[in-house]
Design a protein around this ligand. Structure first.
Ligand code: SF4
Length: 276
């Protein structure tokens, strides 16, 4: 009675939006999934439980950032990247400790992931922080994880790694050229580096399977380089759509499973993307 009404209240449609840049939160994403997202392919509605899970993550951010301000060490929160052609995003906070500034990236994680990340942070968290350190020109940052189950905290102090930043920027410049200048669908990725099977939670599986069966998808009339309906305007910062992707990722944390689409043999058109 009430549960159904609450589910309906929290569930929401996701409006497809086309854009010509990437989000920092996409740094470890499947490049095909990024393609479908930036091209505004439609995705299934977000169910109520995923929406509530995302709201819990947002609450963690608010609570921690509020504490940083109360402690008098927060310099800024929700700090946008300076304008650049590749990435949009907002760092959670910049704090000052002992006269040094740190970018703080707050992550609310599944207990399994919390237990796994003892010696080092998750790769996607590390790469996101590296991009913030680069664009905000801060030498060191902190990945602060909170265990969703018991609110335990863990931190990793991370130095800016110029070589890693260079490789990430190169790879995303390649991806930008492939998608926006050449209008091509990226090849299927090497999944061996994935921390979880992104295909299981991908909102674009249907299109990905279709494009494997028909590698030359028909362009939508009047939309060169586009293969699906498009709507909406550019967004300067992370949109609800991107946040919803985050909710799906959070649902994936700690889980492993079989890939949905079948792998095809790589061919000469495949680029060696995302092999960090
Ligand atoms: S189904 Fe898998 S390979 Fe295809 S776009 Fe989604 S995540 Fe990428």
């Amino acid at each position: 009675m009430l549960v159904e009404r609450l589910e309906e209240f929290f569930a929401r449609e996701e409006e497809p939006r086309e854009r010509d840049y990437f989000y920092v939160s996409e740094v470890s994403k499947c490049p095909r999934q990024i393609y479908y997202s930036v091209k505004g392919f439609p995705r299934p509605p977000l169910d109520g439980q995923s929406a509530r899970r995302m709201a819990v993550g947002d609450d963690v951010h608010r609570r921690i950032v509020g504490a940083l301000f109360s402690m008098g060490i927060a310099v800024a929160a929700e700090v946008p990247l300076p304008p650049n052609p590749l990435f949009h995003g907002r760092a959670d906070a910049i704090i000052s400790l002992g006269g040094e500034n740190f970018v703080v990236e707050i992550k609310s994680v599944h207990p399994y992931q919390f237990d796994q990340a003892v010696a080092r942070p998750r790769r996607d968290h590390y790469l996101q922080l590296q991009l913030y350190l680069h664009y905000l020109d801060v030498p060191r940052g902190i990945i602060l994880m909170e265990n969703k189950a018991n609110q335990a905290l863990r931190e990793f102090v991370v130095e800016r790694d110029e070589e890693t930043v260079r490789r990430v920027l190169e790879q995303f410049q390649d991806l930008h050229r492939l998608i926006f200048r050449e209008g091509k669908l990226p090849p299927l990725p090497d999944k061996s580096e994935w921390e979880y099977d992104q295909c299981r939670y991908c909102p674009f599986t249907e299109f990905c399977i279709r494009d494997q069966m028909n590698p030359q998808p028909k362009e939508v009339e009047g939309k060169p380089g586009s293969f699906a309906p498009q709507a909406g305007a550019d967004a300067g910062t992370e949109t609800v759509q991107a946040q919803n992707e985050r909710a799906r990722e959070e649902a994936a944390e700690g889980e492993k499973g079989p890939s949905l689409p079948e792998e095809r043999e790589p061919d000469a058109r495949d680029l060696s993307l995302f092999d960090l």
